[in-house]
Design a protein around this ligand. Structure first.
Ligand code: TRP
Length: 460
């Protein structure tokens, strides 16, 4: 597959974002999701707090930052779905198309992630309904826990909401870039931010913010080991949507004149801020109710703490409802980005329509999601390696596949792509930023990923 058009003139057949802001919101919409509000507090709880948060922040800066720049750059240069872009660029830069397998690893990770992501997003929809009916008003901690356990044990309820969520995701993808995605993120992202700020003010006045703050920011290094460092790195990939090719796919729709450095800064700032605020809110509520984070830490954490606060605060029915619906929407803007790369691949390579491609890919992922639904009930005793099937999907995709493909993306961008090509994409007028990126992308990020990997499997 060789092309006569020069790389900088290539166009995507799916169209472009209408502005830089649209791109920032779309990638932020992808980045900010269940990872920030559901997952980050819970893995922070599991891994003991402050020291974990510190390692996570380091991973964002040293690994996440250069890899995000690399991925956007690869996407914009290739202007195709992640697999084809890597094949195309691999041919151009190294003479070999095997680089497409980096995109394939990402695609597999995306399938696994979206399959369980949609189930968790379904939980938030279910909680929206419960919250709006006033179910949580005045409940005690153990009652709130019971609500969650009941949901987790119910196959049919989870099935219904997982199906609704996947259907909406498919619908938006079917509508395309500007008509579907851009419209949705422009309203939902600012709204989510506002709600989170309201919750922050609530815990400042009512919660136990000082203990929440101490838990999140006072590092106790005895609490972390190789596997928690791996979890911190895995989460840095997960929360920034890296490694899977989402960002490559979105980069393919970025107009040529936009600066990749500036947009990346804005996206990472937004994602990190929201995760830290969400963590603070959750742990302030945990401590205010005398709960022990290590006791309730786990996938149910926010579903067991936030409803408690909503059940007690004035206008809690209102706040609770909008919070869970917005969390569902934040999940939606991320889910879309998980589906888009494989749909783009199908449209480009198999010549199918966008609608049909979205339905086919979405249905395969929906079916895979049934295994996560079953992990809470029928198959809850079927455990191996890291736990239930859901735990294993999450671990395999997040901690192994994402870092592997993210590593290869950045090694390609830093070592195999010519300096001329990368500086052409990254704006030649920004010499200083370019040098920093290249250093991080060539040395710091790949070496850090390798060390953390080897350490986790006990070699280093
Ligand atoms: N980043 C999203 C979150 O934090 C989830 C997500 C979207 C994702 N696209 C991804 C994770 C690609 C890994 C890879 O909720």
């Amino acid at each position: 597959m060789s092309e006569k058009i020069s790389p900088s003139k290539r166009q995507s057949i799916h169209g472009q974002w209408s502005s830089r802001l649209a791109f920032i919101l779309a990638v932020s919409g992808s980045a900010v999701g269940l990872g920030n509000i559901w997952k980050f507090p819970y893995i922070t709880g599991v891994n003991g707090g402050g020291a974990f948060v510190l390692v996570y922040l380091l991973c964002i800066l040293a690994i996440g930052f250069p890899i995000m720049i690399s991925e956007i750059m690869l996407g914009r240069r290739g202007r195709r779905n992640p697999i084809t872009s890597m094949e195309l660029l691999g041919r151009e830069e190294t003479g070999s198309g095997v680089w497409k397998f980096v995109g394939v690893i990402g695609l597999v990770a995306g399938f696994l992630i979206l399959s369980f992501y949609s189930v968790i997003a379904g939980w938030t929809l279910n909680y929206f309904i419960l919250a709006s009916k006033g179910t949580f008003s005045g409940l005690l901690p153990q009652d709130v826990n019971q609500v969650f356990d009941n949901l987790n044990q119910s196959f049919s309820t989870q099935l219904i909401f997982h199906t609704i969520f996947m259907a909406v995701t498919i619908l938006i993808i079917a509508k395309g870039i500007r008509q579907g995605l851009e419209r949705v993120v422009k309203i939902l992202m600012p709204a989510l931010f506002l709600i989170l700020m309201m919750l922050l003010f609530y815990v400042i006045s009512e919660g136990n913010i000082s203990e929440g703050f101490a838990f999140m920011f006072k590092p106790d290094f005895t609490k972390i080991d190789g596997s928690s460092v791996l979890a911190a790195m895995g989460h840095a990939f997960f929360t920034l949507s890296l490694g899977m090719g989402c960002v490559v796919a979105y980069g393919a729709y970025l107009p040529k004149q936009e600066s990749i450095f500036k947009t990346t800064f804005a996206i990472i700032f937004c994602d990190t801020l929201i995760a830290l605020v969400a963590g603070l809110v959750v742990f302030s509520i945990v401590f205010d109710n005398n709960l022990d984070p290590s006791q309730i830490a786990g996938a149910g954490l926010i579903f067991k703490t936030l409803p408690l606060a909503f059940g007690q605060m004035p206008s809690g029915v209102f706040f609770g409802s909008i919070f869970f619906i917005l969390l569902g929407f934040a999940a939606l803007t991320s889910a879309i980005s998980l589906l888009e790369p494989s749909v783009a691949w199908m449209i480009e390579r198999k010549n199918l329509s966008r609608q049909l491609s979205a339905i086919i890919m979405g249905s395969i992922i929906w079916a895979l999601g049934l295994l996560t639904v079953l992990s809470g009930n029928e198959l809850s005793n079927f455990t191996f390696w890291k736990g239930t099937l859901f735990d294993n999907f999450d671990h395999l995709a997040t901690n192994i596949l994402l870092p592997t493909s993210g590593f290869l993306f950045t090694v390609f961008a830093g070592w195999f792509m010519s300096k001329k090509s990368s500086s052409d994409e990254l704006d030649i007028n920004r010499k200083f930023q370019y040098k920093i990126w290249r250093f991080l992308a060539r040395y710091v990020a790949p070496i850090a990923v390798l060390i953390i990997f080897l350490n986790a499997i006990g070699i280093y």
